[in-house]
Design a protein around this ligand. Structure first.
Ligand code: NAD
Ligand code: GLY
Length: 364
């Protein structure tokens, strides 16, 4: 059993704890002292529900007289309005009132959908994140970005809506497929270049332990990632400035995901390649040196993630990427903003000349 760590997201009266340990799903005290409610609703999917649904239901038993479960189909392609409607159907059919607490049991897809459903149901009910992927434990369950995809763009419909607690049971990572673990490592690696050069060194030294799921290494990676995210979100909840650095690699990644078709590459895989392109652009614009590009590229590769850019258009690949990147919701008036690494541990958000971006997209 790991020692339990609690990281707090400081947001005045909406502050909340992220509890990180093993064995949390089997311990009713993980879910004690939540807002009192006549019912809890667990939202999960067809993969995670059979693995952990009963354990969560049992742990919620002492606090909630009734526990309903909504089991969604598994996959990014179900991060849609239909899934939100399926949650509302169950809640309305069971006369859930505005004190009902929602529990998101799963990865980032379930977490984003459930958070958005919680933001909307009766204009807002409390929700708890119970993340079961590495990506969700280090990133998506924390910080209150919720939403669904639209056929014309990823995460285009949503709300900032904070959970009341995040419960990270590290044991759930044992059943995660290796490809999903690697995808989560991309979001761990991300924190080093943008915010903490010491953590970057630690990740580099412990990457093999992380890939082979050393419980100690994973526990520290989740804790430090959450601490860093907490610092950023505590200063800029709604991304009016600083929070944008958390999108390091994501401008390229969202273009990869949209261009390849959602689900072809995992989000974390696209972020892996996206970080490599972003650091190459940083170098081209005179920030980090060539050695840093090599260093980050090797880390992404060692994590088991792609480093190359997929070809989206044989005739005009750079043009296709630029078109997709201009559609990203971080673009302002068609101008693309990139998170660039000024030096290890320090990121800036800047526009870049098309020629430099084209050079990176063209592989030079
Ligand atoms: P995911 O939710 O699709 O989970 C990945 C796969 O692992 C799924 O098949 C899932 O069923 C399975 N799974 C989950 N936990 C498991 C476990 N313990 N054992 C076995 N299988 C398990 O993907 P993800 O990588 O967790 O999240 C990606 C999503 O998160 C994307 O939609 C992305 O946009 C979103 N995201 C949101 C934020 C945010 O701030 N809200 C940040 C990053 C990513
Ligand atoms: N994952 C980026 C953010 O939470 O802002």
């Amino acid at each position: 059993m790991h020692p339990s760590h609690t990281v707090t997201i400081e947001l005045a009266d909406r502050s909340y704890p992220i509890v990180i340990s093993s064995g949390l799903l089997d311990d009713p005290s993980s879910f004690a002292h939540l807002p009192s409610a006549s019912a809890a609703v667990i939202v999960t999917n067809t993969t995670v529900g059979p693995l952990y649904g009963q354990r969560l239901e049992r742990a919620l038993g002492p606090q909630f007289p009734v526990v309903h479960t909504v089991t969604l189909p598994d996959g990014e392609q179900y991060k849609t309005w239909d899934s939100i409607a399926a949650i509302f159907d169950v809640m309305l059919r069971n006369a859930c009132d505005r004190s009902t607490v929602l529990f998101a049991l799963g990865g980032g897809v379930v977490g984003d959908i459930t958070g958005f459903a919680a933001a909307c149901y009766m204009r807002g009910v409390p929700f708890v994140q119970v993340p079961t992927t590495l990506l969700a434990q280090v990133d998506s369950s924390v910080g209150g970005k919720t939403g669904v995809n639209h056929p014309l763009g990823k995460n285009m419909i949503g709300a900032f809506y904070q959970p009341v607690r995040v419960v990270c049971d590290l044991d759930t990572l044992a059943t995660l497929p290796q490809r999903e673990l690697a995808a989560g490592l991309s979001e761990v690696i991300k924190y080093g270049p943008i915010a903490d050069a010491v953590f970057l060194d630690w990740i580099e030294q412990n990457l093999d332990a992380l890939v082979s799921r050393s419980p100690q290494a994973l526990a520290y990676a989740v804790r430090r990632s959450c601490e860093l995210k907490a610092q950023v979100v505590g200063q800029d909840e709604r991304e009016s400035g600083l929070r944008a650095i958390l999108n390091f690699g994501h401008t390229f990644a969202h273009a990869i995901e949209a261009g390849m078709g959602y689900g072809a590459w995992l989000h974390g895989e696209a972020v892996g390649s996206g970080m490599v392109q972003a650091v190459r652009l940083s170098h081209r614009l005179g920030y980090v040196d060539e050695r840093f590009v090599t260093r980050l590229t090797e880390m992404v590769q060692r994590a088991g993630l792609p480093t190359a850019l997929p070809v989206l258009d044989e005739a005009d690949n750079a043009g296709r990427y630029l078109e997709l990147m201009r559609r990203d919701k971080k673009a302002a008036g068609g101008a693309i903003r990139f998170v660039l690494i000024e030096r290890p541990g320090c990121a800036v958000v800047r526009q870049a000349p098309d020629a430099a971006v084209r050079a990176v997209l063209g592989g030079s």
